[in-house]
Design a protein around this ligand. Sequence first.
Ligand code: SAM
Length: 289
Amino acid sequence: MSILDYEVICEDCLTYLKQERIPYIHLTFLDPPFNQGKDYKCFDDEQNPEVYWGWLKEIIQLIHKVTVDGGAIYFMQREKNVDWMRRILSETGWTYQNLIIGKKLISAIPGDFRFEKNYQVIIFATKGKRPRVFNKLRIDYPLLPNYKHKRPNGVYLTDFWDDIREPTSGYFTGDETLRDKEGDSIHKQQPTIELLLRIILSSTNVGDTVFDPFAGNGTTLVVAYQLKRKSIGIEIDSDYEVIKKRLETASSADSVLKRRSYYRFTPELDEVWPTDGLPTGGLTRYINE
Ligand SMILES: C[S@@+](CC[C@H](N)C(=O)[O-])C[C@H]1O[C@@H](n2cnc3c(N)ncnc32)[C@H](O)[C@@H]1O
């Protein structure tokens, strides 16, 4: 079975995975509803924790089955769920690599009796001990006030991501947040282009296949396409049509190219992130901007 440049499927991801329709996956971005009582159209976001984590475990197990050796998963969740995340990843055979901290830029509610949480977590894990691909990205990280010397070649990206806007939609996500006619965001949790950009660049090569079982607004597919990776997105909500529109029409807010100079110190950047020979139409309009 060949994989198209991108494929968007409106279905329950567990049902889809059980049908064993995907031949293989190199990277999964797993951004499920967090079971925190949000108002999803097709998901009960207030379940008994045992039921919720049992459901996610089954999904993660099926993803492991179709992932190639050394393939990666990036699993995003709330900090308070780290124990659950680590447990179900290890019980389904994944090897833990990193706990990435995605710093939020704003913390709206001050804590009454403890410090307020100002980050989200992403666990990076692999099938097998070592990743098959790990591209060492170098970024033009801004010089901190107490650092005297400029770094002429940037610095390597670490597990602390405080240099990109919010990992998911919020006050600072700006133009890329998809909104309805009233101006409200269509999705409760839209991850940023910048987040997916560094995940896909770090853990895949050109031509690899990226999987997003909770595709929402399709950020994963939008970024994968521009980076010449194939992608499969599953979304249960029939509003998934927004993904297709987003891929076909494109907005300059979704362009990865304007973020490229931040990564210019990365060795062999042209290989990891080629900008030539992209197919015409849709998003590619913006790729050469
Ligand atoms: C946290 S959002 C993901 C956001 C997404 N990564 C994006 O780029 O916008 C979770 C999404 O999962 C979808 N969803 C919930 N249950 C699902 C299921 N069983 N199968 C597929 N999608 C599901 C929800 O409709 C929602 O769009």
